[in-house]
Design a protein around this ligand. Structure first.
Ligand SMILES: [Zn+2]
Ligand SMILES: [Zn+2]
Length: 173
């Protein structure tokens, strides 16, 4: 018999999450510009490599109410809660402003709407998400006060291995 999986509750109001929810997520991903389209946004295809969700929300209002402080705890200026990164091969790092090459593996804070697609909490699909800001490798753990940095720094976390084993190479970041 399957045991019920304990779902996280809303970070803001503590109410139980439904099947659909919003979340702040820290992703490791890269973008390929391989689709048909006239602008980088239209051509962009995102390849997610790892994802960590520090906060779940029952609604968009709850999400918006906490986004600024959650970003600030990660060393990201609060105004990025209203920011949206559009496709483009180079975007500035949300901490130091240096260019981040979007086609290479990098990290980003995203806000999105997700669905639990099965019983397990980890099994979720994204309905949509906005990239709030990207973060260059040099800034990955700079200024972060919350525990996400520790979690991502654990080398034996298989979901996050990408974040720390990736060679810097000729990355413009
Ligand atoms: Zn809520
Ligand atoms: Zn940076």
């Amino acid at each position: 018999m399957l045991l019920p999986i304990e779902k996280p509750s809303c970070y803001a109001c503590n109410s139980e999450l439904g099947k659909a929810f919003q979340a702040l997520a820290f992703q490791s991903h890269r973008i390929e510009y391989t689709r048909q389209g006239n602008t980088p946004s239209e051509q962009a295809f995102m390849e997610a490599e790892a994802e960590y969700i520090p906060a779940y929300f029952c609604s968009s209002n709850c999400c918006k109410s906490k986004l600024g402080e959650l970003l600030a705890a990660q060393g990201i200026a609060e105004h990025f809660k209203d920011n949206r990164v559009y496709g483009g091969p180079i975007c500035p790092c949300g901490k130091c402003g240096k260019p981040v090459n979007m086609t290479q593996s990098h990290n980003a804070w995203v806000r999105g709407k997700f669905f639990f697609s099965a019983l397990e909490e980890d099994d979720r699909t994204a309905d949509w998400f906005d990239v709030l800001t990207v973060v260059c490798k040099a800034c990955l753990f700079v200024g972060a006060k919350a525990e996400v940095s520790n979690e991502l720094a654990v080398p034996n976390n298989p979901n996050c291995a990408e974040l720390i084993t990736e060679p810097t190479g000729t990355d413009v970041a």
